[in-house]
Design a protein around this ligand. Structure first.
Ligand SMILES: O=c1[nH]cnc2c1ncn2[C@H]1C[C@H](O)[C@@H](CO)O1
Ligand SMILES: [Zn+2]
Length: 377
C-alpha cells in the first residue's frame, strides 16, 4: 500500500484550485480591521475570535440559502478599492503559502458597488491585489499564478453586463465568467443572453449547477448555456443507477458529462456545510473518480467552510485512502481544465506539477532531502 501523505507533504504538493470565492476567503483579522477602517458598523462583533466563530457557524448552515447569509459581512467590508485590493493580495499569499500554484478566484463585482464603486474599479482593485499578493508570495519563496473569474449573481439581472466586463478585461487577467448565488428558482437559462454573448466572443465560462438544485439545472447549464465546467455538479449522481452487483449505468446526461470530459469543480467540505451531501464519506467524489469523470478538488469558501486546499486533500486522504498518485490525478485534471491558454496549462503540468509530485514520491524512497543528506566534507 502507498504511504499515507503527511500534513507537510500535502502542503508542499503543488495544487490547482479552480473554484474559490474571494469574498469567502477573508482572514478574520482582516474582516475586523477593514470594518474599523471603512466605518462598517454592522459586524456582529468586533473581536477577532468572535468574527471567526460567527463565520464558522456557516459549517452548520445545512442549506445553500442559509450558508450564503454569511457573506453579508465579507461583502460589507469590501466596498472600497483599497479593501478589495488588500483582500485579493492576502488571498494570493494564503493560497501560495498552502502550496497552490495556480488558482482561479471568483467574485461578483456588483456586490462591491454599495458605496459607489464602478464595476471597472472593483475589477481593477482585484487585479491589482492579486498582482501584489503574488509578488509578495514569490518573495517568500512561493510561486503562484492567479486568474480571475467574474460572477454575476443569479438572483439579480446583471449577467450580460458582467459578461461584457469579462470580455473587456480578458487580456488583463480575467479568464472567465460564472453565475453564483441561490440555485433553486434561478435556473441558468435566466442568464442565457449572457452565455450566448460569451460564446460569440469565444470567452470561457463555468456555471454553479447541481449543488442547490438537481439534474435540470445541470442540463440547462450544459445543453442550453454551453458551460465548459460545472461548479460542484454533485447531483450528476442522480443520473447514475447501480445494479445489485455494484456496476454503474450512466444516464444520457451523466454519459454526456463524462464523454465530453466536462470538469466537475467539486468542493467536498462546502457541500457538507450546505447540506448538499450528508458527510465527506458519502460525497460522490470517490464514485465519480472511480468512474473516470473529470473530477477536480476545490475549497469554495475558505473562511465560511474553515478549509484550505491542503485540508480538502487531507479529508479525502483520511476518508478514501487516497495516495499522492490520486492527488496528482485531481491536480492534473484541474490544470487541464483551467481557462488559461493550453500551452501554459501544459507547461504548468510538465514543469511544476509532475516534478513536484515526483519529488514527494521520491521522499518515500529516500526520506526528505534535508534530513538525510550527509554534510559535505
Ligand atoms: O457554493 C456556492 N454556491 C452558490 N453561490 C455561492 C457559493 N459560494 C459562494 N457563493 C456566492 C456568495 C458570494 O457572495 C458570491 C460571489 O463570490 O458567490
Ligand atoms: Zn461556489
Amino acid at each position: 500500500m502507498a504511504d499515507v501523505p503527511t500534513a507537510d507533504q500535502l502542503r508542499r504538493a503543488p495544487k490547482v484550485l479552480l473554484h474559490d470565492h474571494l469574498d469567502g476567503g477573508l482572514r478574520p483579522e482582516t474582516v475586523a480591521e477593514l470594518a474599523e477602517q471603512t466605518g462598517y458598523d454592522a459586524l456582529p462583533t468586533s473581536d477577532v475570535d468572535g468574527v471567526r466563530a460567527w463565520f464558522a457557524a456557516a459549517t452548520e448552515a445545512g442549506s445553500l440559502e442559509e450558508y450564503l447569509e454569511r457573506f453579508v459581512h465579507t461583502v460589507g467590508v469590501m466596498q472600497t478599492a483599497d479593501a478589495i485590493s488588500r483582500v485579493a493580495a492576502e488571498c494570493a499569499e494564503d493560497l501560495a503559502a498552502d502550496g497552490v500554484v495556480y488558482a482561479e478566484v471568483r467574485y461578483a463585482p456588483e456586490l462591491s458597488t454599495q458605496r459607489g464603486l464602478a464595476l471597472e474599479e472593483v475589477v481593477e482593485a482585484m487585479l491589482d491585489g492579486f498582482a501584489r499578493g503574488a509578488a509578495r508570495a514569490r518573495e517568500a519563496g512561493n510561486r503562484i499564478r492567479i486568474g480571475v473569474l467574474l460572477c454575476a449573481m443569479r438572483q439579480q439581472s446583471r449577467a450580460l453586463e458582467i459578461a461584457e466586463l469579462t470580455v473587456k478585461y480578458r487580456d488583463a487577467g480575467v479568464v472567465g465568467f460564472d453565475i453564483a448565488g441561490p440555485e433553486a428558482g434561478f435556473p441558468p437559462t435566466r442568464s442565457l443572453d449572457a452565455f450566448e454573448y460569451l460564446r460569440r466572443e469565444n470567452a470561457h465560462f463555468t456555471i454553479h449547477a447541481g449543488e442547490g438544485f438537481g439534474l435540470p439545472s445541470i442540463w440547462e447549464a450544459i445543453q442550453w448555456c454551453g458551460a465548459a465546467r460545472l461548479g460542484h455538479g454533485v447531483r450528476i449522481v442522480d443520473d447514475i443507477e447501480f445494479a445489485a452487483d455494484g456496476t454503474a449505468r450512466l444516464g444520457r446526461l451523466a454519459s454526456f458529462v463524462r464523454d465530453r470530459r466536462i470538469p466537475l469543480e467539486m468542493c467536498p467540505c462546502s457541500n457538507v456545510h450546505t447540506g448538499t451531501v450528508p458527510s465527506v464519506a458519502e460525497h460522490p467524489i470517490a464514485l465519480l473518480r472511480r468512474l473516470n469523470f473529470r473530477v477536480t478538488v476545490n475549497t469554495d469558501n475558505r473562511l465560511m467552510s474553515q478549509t484550505s486546499m491542503s485540508n480538502e486533500f487531507r479529508e479525502l486522504v483520511d476518508t478514501f485512502g487516497y495516495s499522492l498518485d490520486d492527488l496528482q490525478w485531481f491536480t492534473v485534471n484541474a490544470m487541464k481544465s483551467a481557462f488559461i491558454p493550453f500551452d501554459q496549462r501544459l507547461a504548468l503540468i510538465n514543469e511544476v506539477i509532475k516534478p513536484g509530485y515526483a519529488a514527494l514520491r521520491s521522499e518515500a524512497l529516500f526520506g526528505p532531502v534535508s534530513a538525510h543528506t550527509p554534510a559535505l566534507a
